[in-house]
Design a protein around this ligand. Structure first.
Ligand code: UDX
Length: 436
């Protein structure tokens, strides 16, 4: 199959590369020429483990190429995927900003030639695929297209594995012809027995929001249970284990922490709330999860302050990890971007380390932060260490060395990486989440 992938962000680049790995011929298109020039030279604009090698392999084997010119590939494509960004609108009202999607639809229309399936890969409100179809047909009435919705469920940091071994593939189509093309594209997964949920376009669009909202609810739920644990002297890790063993609940996404962040959960929960409200319905559970998530971040500031004896003014805080999760350089809606400014504002001095995210973090965090090379440099002469993101590099720290180099042995572990009892034995004043 010949495929055009519009957008070379986390989703477009991973999806396009993996389709090439399936054996399809893929052209990735992006308006930002600088990005395309870099990709042509093998420079990957994001950090996603394994992606650089997979891009190189597929470019070398002639199945993957990059361009800024839609005319190069769209007329020859069986399917054109739209995988551009759908950030929260700048108005701050929670609506998804669909301007990049509609612009892509307009630009693709004149180049379509012969039967083509135009696929919405980006997370979009219900009804968007139909708008894309309308825009394309208005711009070029002679096109022969079908529209499809094919939401992605990739986790950053594990995107390639998620793509190659998905729990399921969701395809929203309204013609058999489009379904045939989509099934052909995903055939390598089909052979591996991956379930394919073939449904209507609207259902596919909403399924993505429902999945992300459900996971966000699950995280906020365990975060609130963690907070109760602190109040009643219970242990959230054991509770997560106990409830997670119930097959109806499942053990994943029950890790308490500083609140969920990233490119999906925060914006998709808000967008779902708008979709639902516009339709006169309610998703109160999701609203509560969103509120609990904001409160969780604020609660982490309070936790750090309390561990510093009631005030962070004049204290040096070592932050380990800045990105919203490990194995990515993505800072979008990272809890660190809420927690660090709150500490700085009250007079704390911040020394921060992140294995991959420092350059990106500089765009999201205020000035005045000292960025350092490793965890030990961060901890030296600090009054408190805050483990913000559970990078593997922080899982087996030389804790004696950390303790010896600090002003005071205070350790706030927002990801529950370390054992409270062991930390106490080592002489730390230790605080995790939901484990007093
Ligand atoms: C998510 C979805 O998992 C993916 O299917 C979708 O396509 C995009 O959004 P991603 O944002 O990359 O993926 O990361 P994910 O691993 O889901 O984590 C999201 C946030 O939740 C992170 O901030 C993470 O730290 C937090 N989280 C996750 C928890 O706090 N506890 C958990 O148990 C799991």
């Amino acid at each position: 199959m010949h495929i055009t992938m519009i957008g070379t962000g986390y989703v477009g680049l991973v999806t396009g590369t993996c389709f090439a790995e399936f054996g399809h011929t893929v052209t990735c298109v992006d308006k930002v020429e600088e990005k395309i020039e870099k990709l042509k030279k093998g420079v990957i604009p994001i950090y996603e483990p394994g992606l650089d090698n997979l891009v190189k392999k597929n470019v070398d084997e002639g199945r993957l190429c990059f361009t800024s010119d839609l005319a190069v590939s769209v007329p020859f494509s069986d399917a054109v995927f739209i995988a551009v960004g759908t950030p929260s609108s700048r108005r701050g009202d929670g609506y998804a900003d669909l301007s990049y999607i509609y612009q892509a639809a307009k630009e693709v229309a004149p180049h379509l030639n012969g039967y083509t399936v135009v696929v919405d890969k980006s997370t979009v409100p219900v009804g968007t695929a139909r708008q894309v179809s309308r825009i394309i047909k208005e711009t070029n009435p002679s096109v022969d297209i079908d529209i499809a919705s094919n939401p992605e469920f990739l986790r950053e940091g594990a995107a390639i594995a998620d793509f190659m071994r998905p729990d399921r593939v969701v395809i929203g189509v309204e013609t058999e012809r489009a379904e045939d093309v989509m099934r052909e594209i995903y055939k390598p997964l089909y052979i591996r027995d991956t379930p394919i949920v073939s449904t209507t376009i609207e259902t596919a669009e909403l399924a993505k929001y429902a999945a992300n909202a459900f996971l966000a609810v699950k995280i906020s739920f365990i975060n609130e249970i963690a907070n109760v644990c602190e109040a009643v002297n219970a242990n959230v890790t054991d509770i997560a284990k106990a409830i997670g063993m119930d097959g109806r609940i499942g053990s994943k996404f029950l890790h308490p922490g500083p609140g969920y962040g990233g490119s999906c959960f925060p914006k998709d929960t808000l967008a779902l709330m708008r979709i639902v409200q516009e339709n006169g319905e309610n998703v109160r559970v999701v609203e509560a999860a969103v509120e609990a998530n904001s409160a969780q971040k604020a609660r982490m500031v309070k936790k750090i302050r309390e561990m510093l004896g009631g005030s962070e003014a004049g204290k040096t805080i070592a932050i380990l990890g800045l990105t919203f999760k490990p194995e990515t350089d993505d800072m979008r809606d990272a809890p660190s971007a809420t927690i660090i400014p709150a500490l700085l504002e009250k007079g704390a001095k911040i020394k921060a380390h992140d294995p991959k995210g420092i350059e990106e973090a500089k765009h999201y965090l205020p000035a005045g932060i000292e960025y350092v090379q490793n965890a030990y440099e961060a901890a030296a002469e600090a009054d408190c260490v805050v483990l913000m993101t559970e990078w593997n590099q922080y899982r087996a720290l030389d804790l004696e060395r950390i303790k010896e180099s600090m002003n005071a042995p205070v350790f706030v572990d927002l990801r529950n990486v370390y054992e409270p009892q062991k930390m106490k034995e080592l002489g730390f004043q230790y605080m995790g989440v939901g484990r007093k």
